[in-house]
Design a protein around this ligand. Structure first.
Ligand SMILES: Cc1cc2nc3c(=O)[nH]c(=O)nc-3n(C[C@H](O)[C@H](O)[C@H](O)COP(=O)(O)O)c2cc1C
Length: 419
């Protein structure tokens, strides 16, 4: 397998030439070790300014999004998009809460670290599973994994990736990684890919529940575009021995048949809670369910022996008019009753969002589109820039809100915004 090519049949779309990134204050997010990660990065940016050097990417998330939109192909732009109402709801839900900063609390030493499933992570931020990343940059998942490894932030590998999980893992040393499973109709593939994820050092399995069929996505339909049809985003399938054993000819010889087989096994609307027992018996890794929005589903998850929940509406890409993830969070937290960690995904754009999610009880958040915008604009360096900025913002905003660590945040750290 060529390590420098996405493992797919269709040619990846070259989105944009990499841009030059000034690299202020890279390294881990351990604020206390460096005095302050946030201050160091901020100071570096201002010093660069004296030499006429501006940050290579927009610092503001909205400006970052606009810049990324401008360099992506219309097809990629459409694929990143979602249903307008649900996407807006995700962002509005964060705006509906305000942090109430506290003063004079001796916050000169801050620790952004969190523990999940007995493991220490540098910040309560994971990179959400995002498939088919070669449509915005040829280095795709490999670039993202290397950038995340710079900070030791965990990456959740998608089942539907442009590079195989082994190719992606190869570039990130010991840095943490989880695996997201799309539960296909082929139990042989499901079993095989979970075993591969374990072998590649993944520390948890995240089962995405909300995408057992692709939604009616207006832009993708308008563009008549689905990357999988071109064999893009199928690296984990095409490289999988169990998937290959189900084909009459290998994908390299008959890519169309391999794509057809993928399309035949991907949709799986027959899944029920009972099916989870099969996975529970197959792996000792913590299992999280992604896409939980209803408290009753949180209770069902606990009954099935699930280890963690990810409250998410898939970034608004599945059900238009769905409840925002943040609005769904409190009831899910209550249903989970402290028995398993609850993570929040969908709509996280800036540090204050992370703080709000933590204050409402989420143990960590999944960062999605923002790192993809960085990837589209600057490849690995672009993702590093986005992650570094988020961590610096997190360090400073946590301290300025009056907290030394995330354990100090609770519901009293927030008020409902005046409308
Ligand atoms: C282009 C794109 C591809 C995605 N692919 C996957 C995927 O393969 N598996 C998955 O569980 N979620 C996938 N997601 C959903 C993300 O994991 C996450 O839930 C979403 O990006 C959160 O919304 P936000 O980016 O607006 O914060 C994808 C999202 C986008 C935008």
């Amino acid at each position: 397998m060529n390590d420098n090519q996405p493992h797919g049949v269709g040619a990846p779309v070259q989105a944009s030439a990499p841009v030059q990134i000034s690299a202020p204050a890279s390294g881990t997010a351990s604020a206390s070790a460096a005095g302050s990660f946030g201050l160091a990065r901020q100071s570096q940016i201002f010093q660069d300014g004296l030499k006429g050097v501006l940050p290579a990417l927009p610092v503001d998330p909205q400006a970052l999004e606009q810049a990324a939109q401008a360099v992506m192909t219309p097809q990629a732009r459409g694929y990143l998009d979602g249903m307008p109402g649900t996407m807006r709801a995700n962002l509005d839900a964060f705006a509906a809460w305000n942090i109430v900063p506290r003063m004079l609390r001796g916050v000169q030493t801050r620790d952004l670290g969190v523990t999940l499933f007995g493991r220490q992570y540098p910040a309560p931020v994971l990179l959400a599973p995002i498939g088919v990343q070669s449509i915005v940059h040829p280095e795709g998942e490999k670039a993202v994994a290397r950038a995340a490894a710079t900070f030791g932030l965990p990456v959740v590998f998608s089942t539907a990736s442009s590079f195989s999980l082994e190719q992606t893992a190869a570039g990130m040393g010991d840095s943490p990684r989880w695996f997201q499973l799309y539960w296909s109709k082929s139990q042989a593939f499901n079993a095989s890919v979970v075993t591969r994820a374990e072998a590649a050092g993944c520390e948890a399995i995240v089962v995405t529940l909300d995408t057992f069929m692709l939604a009616w996505r207006p832009l993708d339909l308008q563009n008549a575009y689905l990357p999988f049809m071109q064999g893009v985003g199928l690296a984990n399938y095409f490289s999988d021995p169990a998937f290959r054993a189900e084909l009459a000819e290998p994908p390299e010889q008959n890519p169309q048949a391999a794509v057809r087989h993928f399309l035949g096994i991907f949709n799986n609307p027959a899944l029920t809670w009972d099916d989870l027992r099969w996975l529970r018996e197959r792996t000792k890794l913590p299992i999280l369910l992604k896409g939980i929005l209803h408290p009753d589903d949180a209770r069902c998850s606990l009954d099935c022996g699930i280890d963690g929940l990810v409250v998410s509406n898939h970034g608004g890409r599945q059900v238009e008019g769905a409840i925002s993830a943040l609005d769904a969070l409190p009831a899910v937290i209550e249903a989970a009753a402290g028995r398993v960690p609850v993570l929040l995904d969908s709509g996280v754009r800036r540090a204050s969002d992370v703080i709000k999610a933590r204050a409402l009880g989420a143990q960590a958040v999944l960062l999605g589109r923002p790192y993809l915008w960085g990837l589209a604009l600057g490849g690995e360096a672009g993702v590093r820039e986005v992650l570094g900025n988020l961590l610096a913002d997190l360090d400073l905003t946590l301290g300025l809100s009056g907290y030394r660590n995330f354990a100090e945040l609770d519901r009293s750290s927030l008020v409902r915004a005046a409308r």
